[in-house]
Design a protein around this ligand. Structure first.
Ligand code: F6P
Length: 358
């Protein structure tokens, strides 16, 4: 006997390839448990406004390979107000929605925990191309975005090679250098610049000069969007000019921005998104909520939302007074280990990127 008769599902914040696969898996799994699924359009804003649509297997039959989100997305400032929250809860009550699955980033998880607190059990699923959620090794959208980035860079490399140019490529990721690092390694970039590790510009320029002296024609340098100049402007564009000035190598610039947020999700993306979606439905069915589905060491497992949010703040050095008070010493130790694991991973990838940059 199902504990829930009707689950609502929404996607919020920046869209990510794989969100549709997740929606499809939630609908399919729920059906096997006799649970109905209702789609909420435009994230929490749609929840406030009661912008709903039924989700039957026929509605999700051919969406696995589609990028974006069939439920659309938004960032809703109104949801952060008491009034917005009350309207969202009312939509659930009026429409018999017993539980929610919310796909997105940390803002989405805060929304899910608020809804749980207001009597609508909710589960968060990590969906962002940035792979910047500390509690999980993997976020839905990441694999597709690094593959898209790599493919575009391969194309840029062709023309760089023909014209003996260097191309500086700015990639998304906010303050997380994972897209830059994976794409940089996969495309043998001569430099990868990320927010987490200080960049030795002089050494990079010296390397570019030497490579050119040795006959290298085409070269690629990747800069994460979160790296800025002291005045807050993007470092990527400044770096392009510095390279031309200091090395004489003709240098072009491209900002990939949202291009790598769309497109057909990879097999890894679809399967992980589907595993997370199925696990979320199973947990809700067992009466468990207020967790984020994470991938840790290859396994899909639930992590308490408050733990995930505070671990994230710890990693990003954004802790506020009192943040750590609710947690046991063991939980705090687990958070520190997660942060350390992530730092080690970034350092390892950075080292690999440097090792192949020649
Ligand atoms: O969080 C995903 C992301 O694509 C970031 O990489 C980027 O900084 C941001 O969203 C862009 O947001 P928007 O779509 O609102 O411009």
């Amino acid at each position: 006997m199902a504990k829930f008769r009707k689950i609502g599902i929404l996607t919020s914040g920046g869209d990510a390839p794989g969100m549709n696969a997740c929606i499809k898996a939630v609908v399919s799994k729920a059906l096997t448990l006799g649970v109905e699924v209702v789609g909420i359009n435009r994230g929490y804003q749609g929840l406030i406004e009661g912008d709903l649509r039924p989700l039957l297997p026929k509605h999700v039959a051919n969406i696995l390979g589609r990028g974006g989100t069939i439920l659309y997305s938004s960032r809703s400032p109104m949801f952060k107000t008491e009034e917005g929250m009350a309207a969202a809860v009312k939509t659930c009550r009026d429409n018999g929605i017993d539980a929610l699955i919310c796909i997105g980033g940390d803002g989405t998880f805060r929304g899910a925990t608020d809804m749980t607190r207001h009597g609508i059990p909710s589960i968060g699923l990590p969906g962002t191309i940035d792979n910047d959620i500390t509690a999980t090794d993997y976020t839905i959208g990441f694999d597709t975005s690094i593959n898209s980035t790599m493919q575009i860079i391969d194309k840029l490399r062709d023309t760089c090679e023909s014209h003996a140019r260097l191309n500086v490529v700015e990639v998304m990721g906010r303050n997380c250098g994972q897209i830059a690092l994976y794409a940089g390694i996969a495309s043998g970039a001569v430099a990868v610049v990320i927010p987490e590790i200080p960049f030795d510009e002089a050494a990079a320029l010296e390397k570019i000069r030497k490579l050119r002296e040795d006959g290298r024609r085409g070269m690629i340098a990747i800069v994460c969007e979160g790296v800025t100049n002291p005045d807050g402007t993007p470092y990527s564009e400044a770096f392009r000019h510095t390279i031309t000035e200091k090395t004489g190598v003709e240098t072009k610039f491209v900002r990939l921005a949202h291009i790598v947020r769309g497109g057909e999700p990879t097999a890894r993306e679809r399967s992980t998104a589907m595993r997370m979606g199925i696990a979320a439905v199973e947990l809700l069915h067992e009466g468990i909520s207020n967790v984020v589905m994470c991938e840790l060491d290859g396994k899909i497992c639930p992590v308490d939302i408050s733990f995930a949010l505070i671990a994230d703040r710890m990693y990003k050095s954004k802790l506020q007074p009192g943040d750590l008070d609710p947690f046991t010493p063991e939980q705090l130790e687990d958070m520190r280990l997660l942060c350390k694991k992530r730092q080690n991973e970034i350092q390892h990838l950075y080292k690999v990127a440097q090792d192949v940059a020649n």
